[in-house]
Design a binder for this molecule. Structure first.
Ligand SMILES: C[S@@+](CC[C@H](N)C(=O)[O-])C[C@H]1O[C@@H](n2cnc3c(N)ncnc32)[C@H](O)[C@@H]1O
Length: 244
């Protein structure tokens, strides 16, 4: 079966131009906001980690820029963080990752997808990375600080973190997060303000935290979420991101 026919049978998170003229109907088309994330223009010779890759938009983007890329995600929805009172009774039987696999095959990509939670991602198994990328993942985690600590231990250069924040809490002059698990929407436990995101990065051992900008990430369905792009560096590492 040709890739377009196979793609039409799947549900997509990312809009990916699988073949010239055919774009998968993703929940998010990130092609217009790539410049907001601050990836280095070229990533030749770099080892990069994409945390929470889903269909792999960012992993394939970093590979296109020259990096050797490892992409983490979870094959089984059971392994995601669920608030106890919202945990579904049944889960899909088919493993996740079919969109990623089809895109990888179609692009002839070498990105290695690893079925592993960021909570259990250790340098002993995965090695170290010059750049770790994590977009819209930490916001869905129960333990954001542990995930950032794991990322810090895997990173020998730059961490690019792009996450949503609470605009109301941002008016407060101190780091704070809001409990969101009872909200009837995508699973979010804590929604921090920008100061709290920066504080968590500092606590995990990053320094020189540059804010690359704030923007609204627009879903294809019309709604949008405010995001902040941060670039954090390990002590002694030269900053490796594009100019703001
Ligand atoms: C909202 S999507 C973001 C996708 C992509 N990073 C982006 O920026 O477009 C969140 C992704 O994080 C993954 N994820 C959730 N919990 C995770 C965990 N503990 N470890 C690794 N990935 C996780 C989800 O399966 C999903 O693919």
């Amino acid at each position: 079966m040709d890739p377009v026919q196979r793609a039409e049978e799947l549900t997509w998170y990312h809009s990916l131009e699988l073949v010239p003229g055919y774009v998968t109907p993703g929940m998010f088309d990130l092609r217009g906001v790539v410049h907001r994330y601050g990836l280095p223009e070229r990533m030749d010779g770099m080892r990069a980690l994409d945390v929470g890759t889903w269909d792999g938009f960012w992993a394939f983007e970093m590979e296109r820029r020259g990096a050797e890329v490892v992409a983490l995600d979870l094959d089984d929805e059971r392994d995601l963080d669920w608030p106890a009172d919202r945990r579904p009774d049944t889960f899909p039987k088919t493993p996740r990752g079919a969109g990623f696999a089809l895109a990888k095959e179609t692009f002839g990509s070498k990105v290695e997808r690893v079925n592993r939670s960021i909570y259990r991602a250790l340098p002993e198994d995965l090695g170290m990375f010059d750049l770790v990328f994590c977009g819209s993942v930490l916001i869905h985690l129960r333990d954001q600080a542990l995930a950032i600590e794991r990322i810090a231990n895997l990173c020998r250069g730059t961490f690019i973190s792009v996450e949503s924040f609470d605009p109301l809490l941002n008016l407060l002059p101190f780091p704070v997060a809001r409990w969101r698990a009872a909200r009837d929407a995508a699973v979010v436990f804590w929604e921090p303000n920008v100061r709290a995101w920066k504080g968590m990065l500092t606590t995990a051992g990053f320094e020189r935290i540059d804010e690359r900008g704030r923007f609204k990430l627009q879903a294809r369905a019309g709604w949008s979420v405010r995001h902040v792009a941060l670039a954090a560096h390990k002590p002694g590492a030269a900053p490796r991101t594009s100019a703001p």
